[in-house]
Design a binder for this molecule. Structure first.
Ligand code: ZN
Length: 148
C-alpha cells in the first residue's frame, strides 16, 4: 500500500491509499480517483517540497543539454586551429606520401638529410616508427594529396 497526498483542481488536499503507484495511475486514468471533499475527478499528486527541488534539478539538466551550441563554437575553434596547423605543415614540410615511414626511418638512421616531411603511414608502419624512437606525430587531419 502507498499513501499519496492528492490535490483537486479546487485546491482541496486529501490523502488516499492505493495498492501501488501503478494502481493509482490506473485508477486516476479510469476516473476513479476523486476529491474526498467535492468529488472533483481532476486530481493530481500534491507537490511536496522534495519534488520541487527535483524539478529544479531537471531544469538545470536542460541547461546542460543546451551545451552543444557551446561545443559547436569549440569545434569551430578546433577546425580553425587544425587548418592553421595544416597550413604550417604543408608550407614547411615536404610531402612524401606513402614513403613517409621509409623516409622518416632513413633520416632517423642518418641515411638521408634531416628535413621536415609529412605523408601517410599505415598503423603498423607508424607503430614501428614510434617503437624505434623515430620522432613522428600523427596529424589530426586527413592530408590532401598534392603533387610533389
Ligand atoms: Zn476538491
Amino acid at each position: 500500500m502507498i499513501k499519496y497526498s492528492l490535490k483537486c483542481s479546487d485546491g482541496h488536499i486529501f490523502e488516499s491509499w492505493f495498492a501501488s503507484a501503478d494502481a493509482y495511475e490506473t485508477l486516476k486514468v479510469a476516473g476513479h480517483v476523486s476529491c474526498l471533499v467535492c468529488g472533483d475527478k481532476n486530481v493530481s499528486k500534491a507537490i511536496m517540497a522534495p519534488n520541487v527541488s527535483t524539478a529544479r534539478d531537471k531544469s538545470s539538466a536542460l541547461v546542460k543539454s543546451q551545451l552543444p551550441s557551446k561545443t559547436d563554437v569549440e569545434a569551430q575553434d578546433m577546425a580553425k586551429a587544425l587548418s592553421q596547423m595544416r597550413e604550417t605543415v604543408e608550407k614547411n614540410a615536404t610531402y612524401v606520401g606513402g614513403n613517409f615511414a621509409k623516409q622518416a626511418r632513413s633520416m632517423h638512421l642518418g641515411d638521408a638529410p634531416e628535413k621536415p616531411i609529412w605523408g601517410e603511414a599505415n598503423l603498423k608502419e607508424a607503430k614501428a616508427l614510434i617503437d624505434d624512437g623515430v620522432p613522428v606525430a600523427p596529424l589530426p587531419f586527413i592530408p590532401t594529396r598534392k603533387a610533389n
